[in-house]
Design a protein around this ligand. Sequence first.
Ligand SMILES: Cc1cc2nc3c(=O)[nH]c(=O)nc-3n(C[C@H](O)[C@H](O)[C@H](O)COP(=O)(O)OP(=O)(O)OC[C@H]3O[C@@H](n4cnc5c(N)ncnc54)[C@H](O)[C@@H]3O)c2cc1C
Ligand code: FES
Ligand code: FES
Length: 1331
Amino acid sequence: MSAKAGDTLCVFINGKKVTEDHADPETMLLSFLRGKLRLTGTKSGCGGGGCGACTVMVSRYQPATKTIIHYSANACLLPLCQLHGAAVTTVEGIGSSKARIHPVQERIAKAHGSQCGFCTPGMVMSMYALLRNKPQPTMEDITQALAGNMCRCTGYRPIVDGCRTFCQEANCCQTNGGTKCCFNGEENNDEPENEKPQLFDKEEFLPLDPTQELIFPPELILMAETANPQTLTFLGERMTWVCPASLEELVQLKTRHPVAPLVMGNTNIGPDIKFKGIFHPLIISPIRVQELFEVSQTPQGVRVGAGCSLSEVRSVLEKLVPQLQEEKTELFRALIQQLGNLGNQQIRNVASLGGNIVSAYPNSDLNPVLAAGNCRVGVICSEGRREVPLNQDFFVGFGKTTLKPEEIVVSVFIPFTTKGEFVRAFRQAPRKEASFATVTTGMRVRFSEGSRVVQDVSIYYGGIGPTTVSATKTCKAVIGRPWDEETLNRAYDILLDELVIPPSAPGGKVEFRRSLTLSLLFKFNLEVLQKLREMNVVTDELPEKLLPLPRDIQPSLQEFQFVSKDQSDQDPVGRPMMHRSAIIHATGEAVYCDDIPKRDGELFLVLVTSSRPHAKITGLDVSDALQLPGVVDVVTAKDIPGKKAREMFGYSEELLAESEVACIGQMVCAVLADTKAHAKRGAAAVKITYEDLPDPIFTIEDAIEKSSFYEPKRVIERGNVTKAFENVDRIHEGGIRIGGQEHFYMETQSMLVVPVGEEMEFDVYISTQWPALIQDAVAETLNISANRVTCHVKRVGGAFGGKVIKTSILASITSVAAWKTNRAVRCVLERGEDMLITGGRHPVRATYKVGFMNDGRIVAADIEYYANAGCAVDESTLIAEKILLHMDNAYNIPNLRGRAASCRTNLPSNTAFRGFGVPQTLLVVENMLNDVALLLGRPAHQIQEINMYKGPSVTHYKFEFSPENMLRCWEECKLKCDYSARRRAIDQFNQQNRWKKRGMYIAPIKYGIAFSEGFLNQAAALVHIYKDGSVLVTHGGTEMGQGIHTKMQQVASRELHIPTSKIYISETSTNTVPNTCPSAASFGTDANGMAVKNACEILYKRLEPIRQKDPKGSWESWIGTAFFEKISLSATGYFRGPDLYMDWKKMEGEPYAYFTFGACCSEVELDCLTGDYRTVRTDLVMDLGRSVNPSVDIGQIEGAFTQGMGLYTLEELKFSPTGLLYTRGPSQYKIPAVCDMPLRFNVYLLPNSDNPHAIYSSKGIGEPVISLGSSVFFAIKDAAAAARSMSGLVGPFSLDSPATPEKACLACASPFTQKVPANKPGSFKPWALNI
Ligand SMILES: Cc1cc2nc3c(=O)[nH]c(=O)nc-3n(C[C@H](O)[C@H](O)[C@H](O)COP(=O)(O)OP(=O)(O)OC[C@H]3O[C@@H](n4cnc5c(N)ncnc54)[C@H](O)[C@@H]3O)c2cc1C
Ligand code: FES
Ligand code: FES
């Protein structure tokens, strides 16, 4: 290594040259952009390459080919030092609202693809990078480009629709909802587009003009062409980065420093450093070593440089395939397929081939295929070169190969296949895209010429042990035998013996993984038989050809009503209107909490959390932490000047644990330092000693056994349930579990507390749904009055119920730090911390007894619910109440009893989450009806219809309502989705397909709006009119993506008769509107809308004399006159909402203002061999009364549906047997991605509906639709039922939520799952708990 001082790093960012004399190898591009350059448009959502929020475009000049390449990449994993000589484009570099916005920014914004906007810059940049390479992309290109960008708000449909406008093929008659396509020769008789109201007008979009893009900096070309290649060295605080210029030098370096990693894409080393705390004092970056990037063809195959990115490898192979004889490219095509599904676009663009092989992940997608295909790696070290076969001997353990530490992989040789040789790759992953595989495989077979006798076979799997494994015994048993049923049956048996996964194996899913080894071999068999048939080697009748699941996203419909013809053109109410910040979301100019510039002397706070589930704290030693560079102080419970605990419902929750901890993840103290990196190091150095307390409680079963509950438990009953069971035809007992859910708001918990510097005044900038609660909490904690605390909320990057209670606790701790140090303190949780600390939706176990008649009438039901509340009460008892209030859903069950209890366990405390218990309870009642339908052998919809509320109705808590619109939604949904015809088509499909089944389900919802605690139904607003006529509106609602500010602008616009452009909303703050209620319960628009309306009415009335005097005057002239006439131009508005209540003693009440109704039908196609499924179509009809803003409301509907679909079919929290949350990031916890969108997703707003209880006859919509995601769950269950019937299994069966591929596959009870012996519960310690 050179002893000289470090080199100067040179990179171009948005066309500007940036040089760094002291580039720190530990700095990633993301923190450099956000911290150093103040380019905060690029967001941080996970820090590990899994969410896409940080996407930028990197451009590099390649001197060998004299070309410039552009690719998307995750800035969070891009070491700054790796970018020497590169050009980076961020969202700020492509357009801004001040100058010119880029067409991508415009189209995503105007197509309503942005709600909270936190994901939007990442989406924009992924799409932008695609367009730089392909100005007219296909839909497949678009979905691939966006596959790694997560959005928690929109459900993706509007984003895809905005991007679709760049795609020529999709701009045909189908766009915006046509149902038939001219491409297929079908006549399109649908209503012409311009006669239906549209959410956006694509005609007004700016054209894409590639000549307007930033050019690649000529200086970088010159640098690359003329540079005298020299070793570059960058010296950091703790780490040195060396970038050699030649292979020779690289070899020398590696010889001298064999343990120093070679960093290429940094997609393995980066996450290891960040999440596992691994430290490397020296890093070698070989990206300038030409030989690692060379590609050459030989008569036997192709040699690909180990440094080539996975995207480059794919494109090399894709170019070769059409040039070569088909038989030669079997392996190439299998690799292309695998490369298409590996990780996501941003990862593939930087991750290297050599890196993937050497990383030796147990579930690497490439290694099984490369090994099965007899590939070889070319390696070099100071002793010379050698070629190593990539086979079972190559992988020796978790992350380990036979290569010596000093050896460098230079290339990978990928051979051609020969005639009679077939290679296939299969993978099954928790999510179809952007997900590591559960099991992945490469399989190759070679037949003797013209025969079905196996000459050679190799089968490799990933995901079933610590390394890529070979099924050697199975292969041996197959070689020399004919490829037929007998041989294959033997092979399955041997495979099952050969590849055993211990019952406690890391990763769990043991039975599923074992069954996948068999079913993927069966898939290979089906493909091989097809091939043999094509070659006329076999003539027997073939089993069905297994086509992949459908994946083409089709245009969708969004139907809503035109406003009445009498409505003035100026009046925006009832019209689609883009989110007021959509453009600045898309340009990255929107300011989120962590985008606020650093204050002078600001400190960063990192929390230290408990590593024990239940223990006494015996010691807390912070001395080492305080010695570390940059660490300023540590805050403990002793430092809190005011209340040390938050009281809720008679229970108290300590802000910082003082003597005892009750879960892993409980906050114990907080380290303050000058930078986040220093604070993190400080936190890692804090030592806590514990004395474990016995028998921690984790599961609902544990809690029941030990009677560990929060009081009160609730009971509700109508009719006489016990007696009713005596007079029914049949009784059935069943149950279902529904797992929890992580909020996964894209912006993690973020806050900045600033001491103003006098009289104990504090400004709190925070991402919360309830500013007034934060104000109260901070005041209580600091023992000051509330008037000294001002809480500011500009916008929230998603919340979904998760930014209320826990946020107040975090704010309290941060305020103590700010008070103690008298400095501004910022706390922004990393994704892993956020997931660990803040809890989520309550997992629920329900058991039921249902009594029904043979004609399908349900006469009695007795349901018991247990929710896992965790170690603090939070809002759990309220959630349990809501579970009971919604236990009937759409059904009139005359004798109905519910009991609900919140279990106190040693897990992080769960909290509010969109729907507040309703998604759990809806699943239970629908499952109960579904069981009845299965028992009676009748379609579910018939049982639902028989039991639905009809005519004037009364709920089980004696609340009168009319279900008319619910029934209208149901009927309309059946009509729109063509229910009967599609049901017949599904039955036919299922008869024709053995291994794929379709299923369909229609679910209704009746959702109560407003807070059952009557006092929360109030709101206030403050409206100022300034002398220039501009209007500033402030109200109690926080803007978190739900579009409340946009709607409030619409309200003010209508009431003041001025365009929305004159109205501004700058923030929600406690010093403008005091004592606000949370933005929750789907009541934000109802309450705040009325308050804004009230304030505007007051003002408009005050102007009346002036308007009358000067009817022709302008708004501005009236305002000017009003000022001179001393008329106050400021008014508060107030809304006193309904006095709702629930009397649990009497079991009656009026807990809701009204109901929002809806119905949703989803159809899925399920691959019974792997459990993979695709939602092929969803039709959703919602009764929103008269929507204030159809684009915003449809956005809420689509987003909530998608979040619900995630809850019921995808998102799975996993806890270790000691109560540690395993799933602490997007790599382990999968939220729906673009690949999960229903292929056709139609939303209809019920026409001609009124609602006298809410503003302008609208209805609340934030939460109701989440429960309708269950239509996908039950569609999967329907498909599984069809699969089970093939094995002779009929009647009710158990399928818990989420219906992940694992559960769906096991429910199908295929011959392969049935072959796998179940491990006896109790005979082993499972890897994860079923909480
Ligand atoms: C979000 C995410 C999703 C992912 N999804 C998948 C997936 O679905 N399937 C899958 O298979 N993988 C997946 N990966 C893993 C990814 O493919 C690998 O991390 C990547 O291929 C490693 O390459 P790299 O260049 O980034 O390696 P780096 O992190 O730069 O290096 C990794 C290791 O390889 C060594 N190394 C690199 N190049 C050489 C060389 N030429 N010679 C010797 N040693 C070398 C380094 O010393 C280091 O130890 C995912 C990763 C992330 C972050
Ligand atoms: S922050 Fe980089 S991918 Fe999530
Ligand atoms: S708009 Fe995508 S995360 Fe909020």
